[in-house]
Structure formats: structure tokens, C-alpha cells
Design a protein. Structure first.
Length: 350
């Protein structure tokens, strides 16, 4: 089997974080009458919608534990391994932590795709783990109908530096470290609509580690943080606002786009199915300024991201410090909105 002729995305019904179950459906799945025994050492668990579980180690530090996996969002096996791994490690960075160890999760249709292609996925994962300074220390594999790959990742953090997604405060400024539109570009590529000059842009961004999260964790002025993935920018901001009991304003023209010509692909209906599922889950919580093209704005802001950027709420006195840090990492450092007192609509896009 010639790897050069294999397009991994043809072997899966979903792609990247667009595979995620919609927020509304996930809420139904997670509802339970089962009462877990109290565990004072579990600092963050199912009681919140944070990016990872956090366990008190008893010495002023905590263990961060997370897992993330999905079906191919790109055709190249090596790049798929890199993207899936960067996405999984991001959950540790989103808590402000330092990743220390990863375990692989592999599902492979062995009767359709050769072991050599799976090997390339693992090699891609190893390369990203090396960039993060952690070992890929083991894993588990199964024969599955569709290719699946991801990681279980552990990290550590000083307890005082833990960043949650439900602690934003009115007056905070919002930052987003990566550009949005990945779902639109990857859908365009799957539909053979992608222009040659736009090939590889989405993959390149998705392979970037959110390393800045570890440094942001050490800043008291960062009041809340999460990473933007399958629920889209609006979906993850909804979680931040609901958990913090606040509302938010988003400056649509300030939200960074992966390319300026996204409207071309939207007009070609290169819209992921996850966008529609996302909007059905939380669209009633969003309002738009009258001068905006609402359909276009919601298509971009609900676009499912894979290995997306960090969404950061920053107290007024720390805005300059955070902008400087983001600039040092060559990340987008302009405000995209602000946190306001809770009102009728959770998020207003203007």
C-alpha cells in the first residue's frame, strides 16, 4: 500500500475536534444520579467543565490528567499524529500546567490501512512530545472500523497557579492566541475546494503547541483560561461565562482569522457539520449587533477548532504583561472582547 496515495480523511466520517459530541448532547450523557464518594484531593473533576482533572499531591503541587483523541483531520499520517498530540497536550497547558508524560491511544482499521501508516502516526506523535519535552511512554491499541489517535497526558502544577475556566470576572479582557477557521479550511480540503495557496495553513497552526499556557499559569492576573477546540470560540466562551456567572462581549472584527478569504469557502458551503451542531446547542445564548452579517459571524465563531488557541481572561492590571508575553511567543496579542456583568444574553457579538 503506497502511503503517498492514502488519504486518511477518506476513512473516517468525522474530522479532528469536529468529531466531538455536541455540547447539548454531551450534557445529557453526563447527567447522573450516581453520587461519587467525597475526595478532598480531587480539586477539579466532573463537577465543572474544565479541560482536565486536577488531583492534589499533598505537597503544594497537583497532578493534571487529561485525554483527547479523534479521527483524521488531515490526510498525511505523520501530520495527523502531530496534530492529535498537540491537541491532547494542550489541555495541560490550558490549566496553566507543565506536561510530563503521555500515553498513546490508537484505533486502527488493520484490514484497510497498513501498519506502516500507523507507524507514521506514532512517529508524528513522538515528534510533538519531544517538542513538549515529554516521553511518549506507552499506550494501547485496538482494531477499529475507523482510524483514531490521541493521547492521555499527565502534567504537574503548583496548586496556587491552577487556571480554571469558571473564574472570569467582570472587567477582564479576553485574548485568543490562535486564529480561527481551521474547520472551514479542512472541510474545504475534504471537498476538493481548497486553493493551492491555502494548503497546509490549517495543519501548520494545529501542530503548534500552546506552550505559553505554562507561563500564563504563573501570572496571578490571568483569572481564567481554557483552550478552544470542537465547540468553537463561542462554545468555549459560553462554558467560561456560565461557570463564572458572567456575560461577555466579543469584538468580531478583532477575532483573528486563519485567512482573510474565509467568506469564499463559506459561500462554497465548506461548513463542518459540527458548526451546525454547535449552534443548535448554544445559539439561543448569543446576540449580534445589527450591523453584522449574523449568518457569516456565527459560521466563523461556532466553527469547530482542532488544537486551537488559548482563550484567556485577564484582569485589567495584567493586560500589558500578558500582551508582552504573547508577543514574545509570536502569538496574537490583541484583545478580542471583555467580560461583563451577567445579563440577559450570555454573549453579545459586536
Amino acid at each position: 500500500m503506497n502511503e503517498q496515495l492514502i488519504k486518511l480523511t477518506q476513512y473516517s466520517h468525522g474530522a479532528g475536534c469536529g468529531c466531538k459530541i455536541a455540547p447539548k448532547v454531551l450534557d445529557q450523557i453526563l447527567q447522573s444520579n450516581f453520587t461519587s464518594p467525597d475526595n478532598g484531593k480531587l480539586l477539579i473533576g466532573n463537577h465543572s467543565k474544565d479541560d482536565a482533572a486536577v488531583y492534589d499531591m499533598g505537597n503544594g503541587t497537583a497532578l493534571i490528567s487529561t485525554t483527547d483523541f479523534f479521527m483524521p483531520i488531515v490526510d498525511d499520517a505523520y501530520d495527523f499524529g502531530r496534530i492529535a498530540s498537540a491537541n491532547a497536550i494542550s489541555d495541560v497547558y490550558a490549566m496553566g500546567g507543565k506536561p510530563i508524560l503521555a500515553i498513546a491511544i490508537l484505533g486502527w482499521p488493520v484490514n484497510k490501512l497498513s501498519p506502516e501508516i500507523a507507524k507514521r502516526v506514532i512517529e508524528g506523535s513522538r515528534s510533538i512530545c519531544a517538542e513538549a519535552g515529554i516521553p511518549l511512554a506507552g499506550g494501547h491499541s485496538i482494531d477499529s472500523p475507523e482510524p483514531i489517535f490521541g493521547l492521555a497526558v499527565n502534567g504537574i502544577i503548583d496548586i496556587e497557579n491552577i487556571k480554571k475556566n469558571n473564574t472570569a470576572k467582570p472587567g477582564d479582557t479576553l485574548f485568543l492566541t490562535k486564529k480561527i477557521g481551521v474547520g472551514i479550511l479542512t472541510t474545504a480540503e475534504k471537498k476538493d475546494l481548497l486553493k493551492e495557496e491555502h494548503r497546509g495553513l490549517a495543519a501548520l497552526q494545529m501542530m503548534q503547541l500552546n506552550k505559553v499556557g505554562e507561563q500564563l499559569g504563573k501570572m496571578p492576573g490571568v483569572t481564567a483560561m481554557t483552550d478552544v477546540t470542537g465547540f468553537g470560540l463561542l462554545g468555549h466562551l459560553v462554558e467560561m461565562c456560565e461557570g463564572s456567572r458572567v456575560s461577555a462581549e466579543v469584538y468580531f472584527e478583532k477575532v483573528p482569522l486563519i485567512i482573510d478569504q474565509l467568506a469564499f469557502y463559506v459561500d462554497q458551503n465548506a461548513i463542518p457539520g459540527g458548526t451546525v451542531r454547535n449552534w443548535d446547542s448554544y445559539g439561543d445564548k448569543i446576540s449580534f449587533a445589527r450591523y453584522l452579517d449574523e449568518d457569516y459571524a456565527k459560521t466563523l465563531l461556532a466553527d469547530p477548532q482542532t488544537s486551537g488557541g488559548l482563550l484567556i481572561a485577564v484582569a485589567e492590571g495584567a493586560v500589558g504583561e500578558v500582551q508582552t508575553l504573547l508577543g514574545t511567543f509570536e502569538l496574537y496579542n490583541k484583545p478580542i472582547g471583555k467580560i461583563v456583568a451577567e445579563n440577559a444574553k450570555l454573549i453579545n457579538v459586536e
